[in-house]
Design a binder for this molecule. Structure first.
Ligand code: ASP
Ligand code: MG
Length: 325
């Protein structure tokens, strides 16, 4: 029997109707004879609301208390999902971060995972229960609650997958994968079927917000394939895993207003692509402060704001024709 980890983001668990869709995905995979661990985020914009409400009470709330407050958002999601699954006849149990054995250091609001004691999770899986774990939290050595920073539920999911040696880790959200360019900004963006850990790390560090950067580092370290998929359609997602050798250019990301990065393994050897990028920059008469090429990334910092037409041309002429795997 395979163990798989499924993570659902805040928009996927935002209300009861959405929880029913999520439950449908979970039960389908459970019925295929898998052991299922689910990690959930707080519902919708709950975390933002809790932060706002705390700030209305104090300009300077203690970080320890913020962690107690924010971790409650994820806990609500676990309980609701478990109530629903049990009602549907599927045995399920909700666990907070500490009940799931997640031990962290003492850095409130940005804690690092030190160790995961998976015995409780295993015990529940052995009874064929669906184990639902609150994302983005653990406890420190004093048994005080800690959280992992915004977007940290992805990190919970991959860390649990690593600790339990799961087959893979699905990250479900409202976007169905990783794209050649931000699909909200360009309508001919294409979904990438596969990326390497390294490429995904570069994209995350350049501001692509699809995954918490730390979760990709853990996935790479423990060789856990991450599959990003949409909760709301059945389309294939993007798989992030080890790719031994490949030289397609994957994606262009704009960070802030004047930094642009083009990511793809082996880009350093692709002189055609480098020349093309340079000639497009010349065409738009942009002044560069920095042009850096590494094994899998070209990054450019400009003196002025980037013209979006440049991003589009780089996408259409350098990336899109190569992005097919
Ligand atoms: N609820 C937290 C946040 O909004 C953690 C997460 O969703 O991953 O940042
Ligand atoms: Mg997220």
């Amino acid at each position: 029997m395979d163990t798989i980890v499924l993570k659902f983001g805040g928009s996927s668990v935002a209300d009861n109707e959405k929880l029913k869709i999520v439950a449908g995905k979970i039960t389908q995979l459970y019925d295929k004879n898998n052991n299922i661990i689910v990690v959930v985020s707080a519902q919708g914009k709950t975390t933002d609301r809790l932060i706002r409400e705390a700030e209305e009470l104090s300009q300077n709330p203690k970080l320890r208390e913020m962690d107690v407050l924010l971790s409650s958002g994820e806990q609500m999601s676990t309980a609701k999902l478990s109530i629903l699954l049990n009602d549907m006849g599927y045995p399920s149990i909700s666990l907070t971060g500490w009940q799931a054995g997640i031990l962290t250091n003492n850095t409130n609001q940005n804690a690092l995972i030190k160790n995961i004691d998976v015995s409780r999770i295993k015990q529940e899986l052995d009874q064929r229960k669906i184990v639902i774990i609150a994302g983005f939290q653990g406890v420190n050595e004093n048994m005080d609650i800690t959280t992992f920073g915004r977007g940290g539920s992805d990190t919970t999911a991959v860390a649990i997958a690593a600790a339990i040696k799961a087959k893979n880790c699905y990250i479900f959200s409202d976007v169905d994968g990783i794209y050649t360019v931000d699909p909200n900004k360009m309508d001919n963006a294409e979904k990438l079927p596969a990326l390497s850990y390294e490429e995904m790390l570069e994209l995350s560090s350049e501001g692509a917000k699809v995954l918490h950067g730390r979760c990709v580092e853990i996935a790479e370290k423990f060789k856990i394939p991450i599959i990003t998929k949409s909760t709301f359609n059945h389309k294939a997602g993007s798989v992030i895993s080890d790719i031994i050798e490949e030289d397609t250019i994957k994606s262009v990301v704009k960070k802030e207003v004047s930094r642009l990065s083009i990511v793809g393994s082996g880009i350093i050897r692709n002189t055609n692509a480098i020349k093309k990028v340079l000639s497009l920059i010349e065409k738009y008469q942009l002044e560069m402060l920095e042009f850096q090429v590494s094994e899998s990334k070209i990054s450019i910092t400009f003196k002025q704001e980037i013209d979006n037409r440049l991003v589009k041309e780089i996408h259409d002429k350098v990336i899109k024709k190569e992005a097919k795997v």
